[in-house]
Design a protein around this ligand. Structure first.
Ligand SMILES: NC(=O)c1ccc[n+]([C@@H]2O[C@H](COP(=O)([O-])OP(=O)(O)OC[C@H]3O[C@@H](n4cnc5c(N)ncnc54)[C@H](O)[C@@H]3O)[C@@H](O)[C@H]2O)c1
Length: 357
């Protein structure tokens, strides 16, 4: 298989961690006889320095016309005071919107070797944590009209929350299809006792569910879901929800796994193209020191193989190589523990690449 991958290393630790993911992809290419072509473009703070804007049309075109995008992270204190219209994070919103990436998939899973990093009680963690949050990404209250006006001598702010049938339908399909690749269980999260958008959400999700008789569907109110994630995370397989609820719940889900450096995410749209990245930011406090944890980015490359290129075997080989490396007792500084062997970022990439079978 031959694929064109757009590479956005970004800022801070971005270049360090993306280099390690490319190392692992190159190993997969050799072992499984594929060819990955990389085209590197700038986005985020480095693009502000080079072009005066965090996202150029040329970068967006490179993303749209490739088979997938692998991103490190953008942003940092250097660009904290630039004009809000060109902030580094604007590049991500621009790419998501420009590529029509409406589904964000974020796994929350904990490797047995790292179960001590979870802030949850051991007996809860031991039941297993392995679920996927499927979040609607380009609609809802974050994208509705916003206005602050004055009324009777005081300020009043309004954020409009809009969901259209087709926006709910397509994310519901993403969730059911994801569940088919996992354990066939979807929990749809809303606030249907209060919000009209949620009542429409529930109606459409149930309509779509009829096309997936092999997948079970349950509804859950968002406040209950926030509690259940910490009380009994083992009950979840796939959680599907709207943009703002998903933003909050996916961060809660990451937190219970304990290690921000290890979690990947995928943003998908129509067709197979997607953008893949770790969930963390550019970690300016450790940038340039070769101590960042590259595992989140390496697993993001693994998700790219599975969700965009339909290479499940190769994707599983990456997960297995990460597991084996951890089983052998190797750790980067962020997850270091007594008795383990500490590796730099590039050594961790080398080790994982060498474990690809
Ligand atoms: N998707 C993105 O590109 C993205 C996401 C979040 C934040 N940001 C940006 O990143 C910058 C820094 O943000 P922040 O400090 O709030 O969050 P952050 O995720 O960059 O860092 C939070 C903490 O986690 C540590 N950390 C993060 N990733 C790590 C890794 N791979 N290995 C080891 N330790 C790691 C950092 O050293 C830091 O102590 C800001 O400019 C922010 O806007 C970008």
């Amino acid at each position: 298989m031959e694929k064109q991958i757009t590479i956005i290393k970004g800022d801070g630790i971005g270049p360090e961690i993306v280099n390690e993911a490319i190392k692992v992809l190159d190993r997969i290419a050799i072992q499984y006889h594929h060819t990955f072509h990389y085209r590197e473009v700038l986005a985020g703070g480095c693009a502000i320095d080079a072009y005066g804007t965090s996202l150029t049309q040329e970068t967006l075109d490179a993303c749209i016309h490739s088979d997938s995008v692998l991103l490190g992270a953008v942003g940092g204190p250097k660009w904290d005071h630039v004009d809000p219209s060109i902030r580094p994070e604007k590049a991500l919103l621009g790419i998501r919107k420009g590529m029509g990436l409406y589904a964000n998939l974020r796994p929350a899973s904990i490797l047995p070797q790292l179960s001590h990093t979870s802030p949850l009680r051991k007996d809860i963690v031991d039941q297993g944590i392995d679920f996927m949050v499927v979040r609607e990404l380009i609609s809802g209250v974050y994208f509705g009209d916003k206005q602050t006006t004055e009324e009777n001598g005081e300020l009043v702010a309004v954020d409009q929350m809009i969901y259209r049938e087709h926006e709910i339908r397509r994310i519901a399909h993403s969730a059911f299809q994801t569940a088919r690749k996992r354990h066939g269980k979807v929990v749809s999260v809303d606030k249907a006792n209060v919000l009209d958008t949620s009542r429409l959400w529930r109606k459409i999700v149930h309509e779509v569910a009829k096309e997936y008789p092999d997948v079970t569907l349950h509804d859950m109110l968002v406040d209950n879901c926030a509690m259940q994630i910490v009380k009994q995370p083992a009950q979840f397989d796939v959680i599907v929800t709207e943009n703002m609820f998903g933003d909050i719940l996916s961060d809660e889900a990451s937190m219970i796994t304990g290690s921000i450096g290890l979690i990947p995410s995928a943003s998908l749209g129509e067709g197979s193209i997607g953008m893949y990245e770790p969930i963390h930011g550019s970690a300016p406090d450790i940038a340039g020191q070769n101590i960042a944890d590259p595992i989140g980015t390496i697993l993001a490359a693994g998700m790219m193989l599975k969700y965009s290129f339909d290479l499940s075997k190769e994707s599983d080989a990456i997960t297995a190589a990460v597991n084996e490396t951890l089983n052998q007792g190797y750790r980067t500084a962020d997850i270091m523990e007594d008795g383990a062997k500490q590796l730099t970022c590039s050594q961790m990439g080398d080790k994982i690449a060498s474990c690809i079978k």
